[in-house]
Ligand binder design. Sequence first.
Ligand code: PLP
Length: 378
Amino acid sequence: MQPTARVRRCDRSPIRVLFDLAQRTDGDLVRLEVGEPDFDTPAHVKEAAVAAIERGETNYTSNAGLPALRTAIADTLAREYGHSYGAGDVLVTTGGMEALHLACLSVLEPGDDLLIPSPGWPNYWTQAQLADATPVEVPMAFPYDLDADRVIDRMGPDTGAVMLCSPSNPTGRVFTDETVAGVIEAAREHDAYVIADEVYAALTYDRDPTGMATLVDDSEHVITIGSCSKAYAMTGWRVGWLATESSVVDETTKIRESTTASTPTPSQHAAIAALEGPQAPVREMQTAFRERRDYVTDRLAEMDGVKASRSQGAFYAFLDPEGYDDSTALAKALVTEAGVVFAPGAGFGDAGEGKLRLSYANSLDRLETGLDRLDAYL
Ligand code: PLP
């Protein structure tokens, strides 16, 4: 017996392969492949979860999430990014991951294309495949900004949705308002959705973030994805959301009854505290990430034989060590011979092959050691 073709056609990510290799490798490894903040969840957030448990709030909530959390998400989206969603336009999910999965199930018909500007986050390919849709990579050129014309040229009758991720994992680029608006408008003309992945929106370093759906007058076909994971150092709490027109939220809530049903209740209380409580911890993390971004950018610019695009958000830099075509082989050699771990670019689509993703969710000290090792190896 075998699992279904649907499951079999999903690839194992090369990033996972490197992660496993790093786990098995002894010695002092500098882990620069990790995609999560190296900070602790703020104390008031933890306390809110403990208080909820002590009050006995440990049962299911409604499928769409606690009303107070849906309101807190809508308020945060308005306050921080200029969105105009109401609580009824928000579905609480178990991480941004579930929000993306549900969004794909809700808007992609079997056989539809999901356009993915690349380098792009590997899970988008799997999300499309799980919805029986076809992931279609649209490669972007260095420094990996969104090229609206390339995406629009690829749109056609089979386009079900376009995935936009800004700030981008893996490149750290923040797309310009004009290019994003161009893609959203063209998608509407093609009756296609835009799935706007804004899980890194709180982490921009050169300009204030703007909600992608706010950039056009008619944004009914945009589904905004967000999460507490990255902004509040809450990856293990599993709280995310999708926000869009309420009728789509209502329909999607129906299928959620059969996936995770509801997000863990103590985590939902923690998320309310994160979103409504003091935002100073977010600003502190953002300041630390900016300092590391500056350090990493300067170091990479000085390195011979390395071309890197300037990271403007999230906590990633994408680098092109010239002369290497096999990023998985290079990343493995860096683990075993140099003691530093990067995510191989091949995991982010064909446009990423030969390149490496560096995560600066690590201390300045460790970043310095890791970059010294990379420089010496190259
Ligand atoms: N979108 C992107 C681009 C990500 O990098 C991640 C996590 O790494 C997610 C969505 C989902 O994050 P979570 O499920 O922790 O909210």
